[in-house]
Design a protein around this ligand. Structure first.
Ligand code: NAD
Length: 325
C-alpha cells in the first residue's frame, strides 16, 4: 500500500522517488514540495476534537478559525469549554488575560457551512460515520476555494474513500488531491502527536502543507499508511476492546482491569477509563471499521461495547459509561 502511495505521488511530481521508509518519505516530501501558507482555518464539528483543534490552531498557529457545527447546542457547549480552558491557562499564569481574549476573538462559531468559502484549510471532526464524512467532503469540494486543503480527523476511515467523494470523475484530482488526514490525539491541547495519512489521490503539496500547519500548531507529525485504523487506532482500539471483553467475560472488575494496566504499564489511565474519555460510540465505530475492512475476526467489537452504545452510555460526554461522571 505504501509503495502505491509513493508511486501515485511520484506520478504527480516530476521527481522519481526511490523506495523509502515512511520516515524517509516524509523527509523527502518536505524537501521536494513547498508548503502553502494557511492564513484562515475552518473546523467542522465543535465536539471534543473539533473544539480542541480550533483552540490550538488559534492559540499556537495564531490563525482565525471558523468553527462550524450543525447543532447550536454543541457550539454553545464547545465555546463554554473553550472559555473554561482559557480561564484555566490565565489562572495558572500560562498566558495573560489579553492573550486569552485575543485567542477567543479568533474563534468564529457558526452553523453555516458556506462560511468555509473563505478558508485556506478545513479540518473536519464530525462523528466517525462514513456516509456523514463523505457527504461533507462532497459539499466542501463545491463550497471551498480551489486551493483549500481538505483535512479529516477520522480515526479509522479510508482517506482514499473520503477523497473519492469529492468528485464524480475519479480522473479529476482537482479536489481529491487536496484531501488528507490530520489525525489529532485527544485532548488536543495536551497531546503532541498527530498522525498524517495520505490517500492515493493526495498531492505532495497537500502533504507538505498539512505537515507544516501541524508543526505551526506545536504538534509532532508522524506518517501512517492509509490502512484501517492507521497506526494509532490499529494498536490502541484492539487493546481497549480486549479490556471490555475481559470485563464482559468476568476476567476482572472494571477497577481491577484499569488498575493493573495503569499501575503495571505506567499509562495515565486504564483502558476502560480511556474508552469513556474517547467516547464509546467512537470506539465502537472504529472497531467496526477495523472488523469490516480487515475481514479478520480478531477485530470483532465486544458485545458489551455495542450494548453500552445502544443504551446511550457513551462515556464522559454523556455522563455515563463504564464510570459515572
Ligand atoms: P463528538 O461527538 O465529541 O463531536 C462531533 C461534533 O460534530 C458534534 O458537536 C456534532 O454536533 C457535530 N456534527 C455532527 N454532524 C455534523 C454535521 N453534519 N455538520 C457539522 N457538525 C456536525 O466527536 P469527537 O470525539 O470530537 O470525534 C470527532 C472525530 O474525531 C471522529 O471522526 C473521531 O473518530 C475523531 N477522533 C476522536 C478522538 C477521541 O478521542 N474522541 C480522537 C481522535 C480522533
Amino acid at each position: 500500500m505504501f509503495a502505491l502511495i509513493q508511486r501515485c505521488c511520484a506520478r504527480q511530481a516530476p521527481q522519481q522517488l526511490p523506495r523509502l521508509s515512511n520516515r524517509q518519505f516524509s523527509a523527502s516530501v518536505r524537501q521536494h514540495a513547498e508548503a502553502a501558507e494557511i492564513k484562515k482555518l475552518g473546523v467542522i464539528g465543535a465536539g471534543q476534537m473539533g473544539l480542541g483543534i480550533a483552540l490550538v490552531a488559534a492559540q499556537k498557529a495564531g490563525v482565525p478559525v471558523t468553527l462550524v457545527d450543525n447543532s447550536q447546542a454543541s457550539i454553545d457547549k464547545g465555546m463554554k469549554f473553550a472559555d473554561k480552558l482559557l480561564s484555566k491557562d490565565v489562572s495558572k499564569q500560562r498566558i495573560s488575560q489579553d492573550d486569552a481574549d485575543a485567542v477567543r476573538s479568533k474563534l468564529s462559531p457558526t452553523t453555516d457551512m458556506d462560511s468555509l468559502s473563505e478558508v485556506d484549510m478545513v479540518i473536519e471532526a464530525v462523528p466517525e460515520i462514513v456516509d456523514l464524512k463523505t457527504k461533507i467532503f462532497s459539499q466542501l469540494a463545491s463550497i471551498c476555494r480551489s486551493h483549500t486543503i481538505l483535512a479529516t480527523n477520522t480515526s479509522s476511515i479510508s482517506i482514499t474513500r473520503i477523497a473519492a467523494s469529492t468528485t464524480k470523475d475519479p480522473n479529476d484530482l482537482s479536489a481529491s488531491s487536496r484531501v488528507i488526514s490530520t489525525h489529532f490525539m485527544n485532548p488536543v491541547p495536551i497531546q503532541k502527536g498527530v498522525e498524517i495519512i495520505t490517500g492515493l489521490q493526495t498531492s505532495q503539496a497537500t502533504l507538505a502543507t498539512a505537515i507544516a500547519f501541524c508543526k505551526a500548531m506545536g504538534k509532532i507529525p508522524s506518517i501512517s499508511a492509509d490502512s484501517p485504523g492507521f497506526l494509532a487506532n490499529r494498536i490502541l482500539m484492539p487493546y481497549i476492546n480486549e479490556a471490555i471483553i475481559c470485563l464482559e467475560t468476568g476476567v476482572g472488575t472494571k477497577e481491577d482491569i484499569d488498575a493493573i494496566m495503569k499501575n503495571g504499564t505506567n499509562v495515565p489511565m486504564g483502558p476502560l477509563a480511556l474508552a469513556d474519555f474517547i467516547g464509546l460510540d467512537t470506539c465502537l465505530a472504529i472497531m467496526k471499521v477495523l472488523h469490516q475492512e480487515m475481514g479478520d475476526s480478531k477485530y470483532r467489537p465486544s458485545v458489551l461495547l455495542g450494548k453500552m452504545v445502544d443504551a446511550g452510555w457513551l462515556g464522559k460526554k454523556s455522563g455515563k459509561g463504564f464510570y459515572d461522571y
